[in-house]
Design a protein. Structure first.
Length: 409
């Protein structure tokens, strides 16, 4: 088949899902706009601040508008949060106390957290006497029976940890209904535990956020969905005000919390990024569906199910061998607006156990709301494709791969 025919066939099959993605984007755009109106955002909130940042109106307004857009009581949003991993770590280390146990109900947390959870002598949660237990998903679904058993036999559970997106696993992301069901099951068993959600890649993929489904706290990165491709850095936590206060104390200083912190470059990009986020996320979702359908026509297996609305912006493509996987990453890199001439190679990235290959030619370094692809070099050689500021860009990149495979269009 020719490249153009493959893409046309994929787009035809995607029509119904694209319509639903558009409807979700419209819903979320309204939600975000209403948040801006409710918080009476004005130009002075974009201004730079310096030094301690006392009475920084931009910082306060940014927290408020994110809380409103996420349907949460409170939020801390900051350029000082260096990554999604940092946001998650802040939530864990801010909320938990020595002797407490975290129970993950979605298996092993995302790779980059392993140092923070179990590192020895590096200031990890483990060093501070915080234990981590996990219950794996069963066939990609929350295993309520095993969770019930784990709760019964594990003393001192202070936090339930849920990872919404698939991470480096071949599974569907959880839906917000899955998260609601988990909250409803766990709350009566552990009324005082904090239910925390790693919300990376999940923001604005559906009509609700975990904080609206009963989760106490959720965390994510601004160089993924909620930064709209415009935020230059940063992360957030959103949820119950009592937890946000603890997280702010960990971010800065106990007792000062959210009263300090400046940003000399000004906050405009974070506000504008949030405003763009519903649309940008929809572009990435459509790109993911297109990539999935095209790769399946080419005979590869992909995840999530191409017949359903994706619940995160990741498209996993299983190659089964290193050569095809590397070639795919090379083609994505070659279709990047920045560093298109660079050849990505596998390397030992900080925070990851296996070698990782990353294709990214992004305006914001490492931004995975921009079209990017990464893969740990391990069986079964799965590439994780994500992002795309525009649907058109994803389409051009996929066409580049198809053409390289001999589908001349
Ligand atoms: C990206 C991601 C993280 C970590 O975020 P970084 O910004 O890369 O540190 C954590 N969890 C999930 C599910 C992610 O996708």
């Amino acid at each position: 088949m020719h490249t153009n025919d493959i893409i046309a066939a994929a787009e035809k099959r995607a029509a119904r899902i694209f319509k639903e993605i558009d409807d979700i984007a419209l819903f979320n755009q309204k939600k975000v706009l209403d948040a801006f109106k409710k918080c009476r955002i004005e130009a002075r909130h974009f201004y730079q601040s310096t030094g301690y940042g006392y009475d920084d109106a931009g910082r306060a307004a940014l927290n408020a508008v994110f809380a409103a857009a996420f349907g949460s009581e409170s939020a801390v949003v900051s350029p000082l949060i260096a990554s999604g991993t940092h946001a998650i770590y802040l939530a864990l280390s801010g909320i938990l106390r020595p002797g407490g146990t975290v129970l993950s109900i979605t298996g092993k947390p995302y790779d980059t957290l392993s140092g923070a959870i179990k590192g020895a002598g590096n200031g990890s949660l483990h060093d501070f006497g915080i234990k981590f237990r996990e219950v794996s998903l069963k066939a990609g679904k929350i295993d309520f029976t095993a969770i019930g058993r784990a709760i019964k036999k594990t003393p001192g559970i202070k936090m339930i940890y849920i990872q919404r997106s698939c991470g480096y696993e071949l599974r569907q992301a959880l839906s917000t209904d899955d998260i609601r069901a988990a909250v409803n099951f766990i709350r009566p068993l552990l009324p005082d535990a904090c239910i925390a959600v790693d919300n990376c890649y999940g923001e604005f993929t559906g009509r609700e956020e975990p904080a609206e489904c009963g989760a106490d706290i959720m965390m994510g990165s601004l160089i993924k969905n909620p930064g709209g491709g415009i935020a230059p850095c940063g992360g957030y936590a959103a949820g119950k005000a009592e937890y946000i206060r603890l997280i702010e104390n960990r971010l800065t200083v106990p007792g000062m919390g959210g009263e300090i912190g400046s940003y000399a470059a000004g906050y405009r990009a974070f506000f504008q990024g949030l405003f763009m986020a519903p649309h940008t996320t929809a572009q990435a979702l459509k790109g993911s569906v297109l990539a999935g359908l095209c790769m399946e026509i080419m005979g590869f297996t992909t995840s999530p199910d191409v017949k359903k609305i994706p619940r995160d912006i990741i498209r996993a493509v299983k190659f089964g061998n290193k050569k095809d996987l590397v070639e795919f990453c090379e083609k994505i890199q070659a279709a990047s607006p920045v560093d298109s001439f660079v050849t990505p190679v596998p390397w030992a990235m900080p925070g990851y156990d296996d070698q990782v290959i990353m294709a990214a030619g992004a305006f914001v370094q490492g931004a995975s709301i921009e079209l990017s692809c990464d893969a740990p070099i391990r069986e079964p050689y799965v590439a994780y494709l994500q992002g795309g500021l525009t649907y058109e860009h994803v389409k051009i990149a996929i066409a580049g791969f198809l053409e390289g495979r001999g589908s001349h269009g």
